[in-house]
Design a protein around this ligand. Structure first.
Ligand code: 13P
Length: 354
């Protein structure tokens, strides 16, 4: 198998009604954990790296670890996706580095903090689509700002996130605007704002429809049926991991995530890519705290890291299974990037003459 494009994977997911978790990766143990879970459940994989990940691990380390993952698991199709690119330049750099998909997040200006005007978002996203599609690489855009419908705050994660208080309008993607955005940019996937936010502190109570707008997904999907919807901030923040962290000296306040059942409802309404970072971090931190507390004389970090990897892998497997992704790996026949580029060219020509 090998690397495939996001477009190919999500087309397959749409055809067969499933969703694909997109897990953020920063280090060796996370990549191994995700790949082990994918292998065990025979699932295709999206590994995504943010600017924070590239800063932490370094572009070359990330690239080579992901290459090692593909080599170790030849039966598993892998998408290497860049999460939250702040500018066309960042996206092009990632493509050069071997990413098979990029996110141009033009919902914020290049500082990754200030909400951007709509026309700016259209312009930078369209520029990235033109360049990426020419070589068969997929593009995810974002419309609306991620943030809490409870507080109006965006929350910052890894240096990305709007600052200040946002209005309800900014926090919910408008279906009519989504239609315009997709037709003017040609994005393959669209990240939507429905009340989810990055990080552990998403909701102060179990979310209900007023603060987690799952119903809006159906309206957006109806407006852009051929564009794959992406749910960011989709960690479920497992209460059992919070309890383990607290029992072993951690101090995480009361908080709730997006219930897996709500994500499944989102998938039934057209969500195909489900971004998860925090859950892996919580599971790994909990498992490391537990392992270190259990054996205070241990000085080999591998012992705690093995526990962390096992915990992350179990969590990833649950998500692959819950989203209907398990068992799909062998059904995907990789399409070359040249052929993907050809498909895009033909589609554009057809649109031009229509
Ligand atoms: P979580 O913080 O909910 O895991 O979301 C991650 C994400 O959306 C990355 O883009």
């Amino acid at each position: 198998m090998a690397f495939i494009s996001l477009r190919q994977l999500l087309d397959h997911a749409a055809e067969h009604d499933y969703g694909v978790p997109a897990f953020n990766v920063n280090n060796l143990e996370q990549i191994q954990a995700i790949m082990e879970a994918a292998q065990a459940s025979r699932s295709p994989v999206i590994l995504q790296a943010s600017a924070g990940a590239r800063k932490y691990a370094g572009e070359a380390y990330l690239r080579h670890m992901v290459l090692a993952a593909v080599e170790t698991h030849p039966d598993i199709p892998v998408v290497l996706h860049q999460d939250h690119g702040a500018s066309p330049a960042v996206c092009i750099q990632s493509i050069r580095s071997g990413f098979t998909s990029v996110m141009m997040d033009g919902s914020l200006l290049e500082d990754a903090k200030s909400p951007a005007p709509y026309e700016y978002n259209v312009e930078v996203t369209r520029r990235v689509v033109d360049m990426a599609h020419a070589i068969g690489v997929s593009v995810e855009g974002e419309l609306g700002c991620l943030g809490s419908l409870e507080t109006g705050e965006a929350g910052e994660e890894d240096g990305v996130g709007a600052q200040g208080t946002l209005t309800h309008d900014m926090l919910l993607t408008d279906p009519a605007q989504a239609k315009d955005f997709v037709s003017r940019t040609g994005v393959d996937a669209l990240a939507i704002a429905i009340g989810t936010s990055h990080g552990a502190y998403k909701f102060t109570r179990q979310p209900t429809g007023d603060i987690l707008a799952i119903d809006r997904i159906a309206a957006i999907h109806a407006a852009v049926p051929d564009t794959h919807l992406v749910m960011h901030g989709s960690s479920s923040v497992p209460q059992e991991w919070l309890a383990i962290i607290r029992e072993h000296g951690g101090a995480i306040k009361e908080t709730y995530g997006v219930p897996v059942e709500e994500i499944r409802r989102g998938i039934r309404h057209g969500v195909r890519k489900v971004n998860i970072d925090t859950d892996i971090r919580l599971a790994m931190t909990g498992a490391m705290r537990q392992a270190l507390a259990k054996d205070p004389g241990e000085f080999d970090p591998r012992k705690a890291l093995i526990a962390a990897r096992k915990a992350a892998s179990a969590l990833c497997r649950l998500r692959f299974e819950a989203f209907g992704c398990a068992g799909q790996a062998s059904k995907i026949r990789p399409i070359s990037f040249d052929r993907m580029a050809e498909k895009y060219r033909r589609r554009e020509l057809a649109q031009l003459v229509a």
